[in-house]
Ligand binder design. Structure first.
Ligand SMILES: CSCCC(=O)C(=O)COP(=O)(O)O
Ligand SMILES: [Mg+2]
Length: 240
């Protein structure tokens, strides 16, 4: 029998939940990698770029006058290690925003995702995103997809800058406050990463782990969390 949850809000992770991991690690990372240096050099007064570069230098222990090549070497190392550091995510987000605007990039989600998102929205559930990808990158990625512009489906976007680390309960408490303070059980979090689900559950949220075939967390131990192989495996209905 299909498991049914009732809630007011559905908060969604992106990588491994909405989009295949390869869509981020191959398509998006490959797009960003050669463009990081040219982007930094072309935007020397953009406050987001200036702040991100300063943070990279500080976190990597580089001198303040380190050149772009040294900064890019650190960024490439973080990408190779899939370290989702905020300054890397900010810079990637700007580059992806540009790539989506040019239609060099077009997001493709798992086949069950867009019908489910549209169904939940039509049923009156409120949707938000919590991803390591920057808010700018998230919005750009939903604006240009194989299913058209999906930005209207989402009422809020959260990242590690405006909410906090994805594996800390305090970040989920901050999101609950950011979306207007529904009592925690009225929020469902969908993610492929058990540690993220643990943090959301600690904040009192309902959780569903996505163990999608072929994805890195397909065989993970999801503990007490509900587990689904796709969005077709469960239902979410609006609570009263
Ligand atoms: C255009 S959004 C790209 C998402 C991203 O950069 C990322 O690292 C995804 O991490 P998540 O927290 O959604 O698993
Ligand atoms: Mg994920």
């Amino acid at each position: 029998m299909t498991d049914t949850l009732s809630a007011q809000w559905v908060v969604l992770d992106i990588e491994g939940t909405l989009m295949p991991t390869s869509g981020v690690h191959v398509v998006l990372y490959d797009y960003a990698r050669p463009r990081l240096g040219p982007w930094i050099d072309a935007h020397p007064t953009d406050p987001v770029v200036v702040s991100a570069v300063a943070q990279v230098k500080a976190e990597a222990g580089l001198p303040a006058d380190a050149d772009t090549a040294a900064v890019v070497a650190v960024l490439h190392g973080w990408m190779a290690a899939d370290r989702k550091a905020a300054p890397l995510k900010e810079l990637q987000g700007l580059i992806w925003q540009d790539g989506y605007a040019r239609r060099d990039l077009v997001s493709e989600y798992f086949p069950d995702v867009v019908p489910a998102l549209r169904g939940w929205d039509a049923a009156g559930l409120k949707l938000a995103v919590f991803s390591s990808g920057s808010v700018a990158g998230q919005i750009a990625s939903f604006s240009t997809t194989t299913d058209g512009d999906l930005t209207n489906l989402f009422r809020h976007h959260f990242d590690t800058v405006n909410a906090g680390p994805k594996r800390e309960a305090a970040s989920y408490a901050a999101i609950a406050e950011g979306i207007g303070g529904p009592t925690p059980p009225r929020i469902v979090f969908l993610s492929d990463v058990p540690a993220e689900l643990d943090a959301a559950a600690e904040a009192g949220w309902q959780t569903v782990g996505l163990a999608r075939a072929g994805e890195p967390y397909a065989d993970a131990d999801f503990g007490d969390h509900r587990v689904a192989k796709s969005f077709d495996d469960f239902r979410i209905v609006p609570d009263a």
